[in-house]
Design a protein around this ligand. Structure first.
Ligand SMILES: [Fe+2]
Length: 158
């Protein structure tokens, strides 16, 4: 469900401060701090250029922050993503994967500042967040679901 890649680390000067990001976005979108998704395409051209030098395919990217765990779900708009966590959001934050019967099949503590892919068309969730978790998430074009209405999105009722 998770693969790690030995790609270069993202230079810190290309990463917006998470608090600044939150304040700006909250002002414009009114989103809560619990789960925030910041569409970042065309907003961070220097970062985008750098990312394109590392990931040689078409993609969209977004920053996201979490202040609580994420309910078990399948992603609605993609089947796989590349993630890069700047701040794990606690000492024991785990990402869990489940089969369709709700049985835990994998639980991992994903390290910070490490490129990885997540399979997100299987049930997954995040637990034990105590601080703001902050990450970059990249959706390759080939893994985008163009018409999510046709996708069988559901949340495990546990
Ligand atoms: Fe997800």
């Amino acid at each position: 469900m998770i693969h790690y890649y030995d790609f270069p680390k993202i230079p810190t000067h290309l990463i917006p401060d998470k608090k600044v990001l939150s304040e700006i976005e909250n002002e414009f979108s009114g989103s809560t701090n619990r789960y925030c998704w910041y569409e970042s395409q065309d907003r961070y051209p220097e970062l985008e250029t750098w990312l394109k030098s590392v990931l040689p395919f078409n993609f969209i990217f977004a920053f996201h922050t979490l202040t609580e765990g994420v309910k078990i779900h399948k992603d609605i708009s993609r089947t796989l993503c590349y993630n890069y966590i700047f701040d794990a959001g606690g000492d024991n934050v785990t990402t869990e994967f489940y089969n369709d019967d709700g049985e835990l099949i994998e639980s991992v503590q994903i390290p910070e500042n490490t490129w990885h892919t997540l399979q997100v068309d299987v049930f997954h969730g995040v637990s034990n967040i105590t601080d703001m978790r902050y990450a970059l998430t990249i959706t390759p074009e080939e893994y985008q679901i163009k018409n999510p209405a046709d996708y069988n999105y559901s949340v495990l009722d546990k």
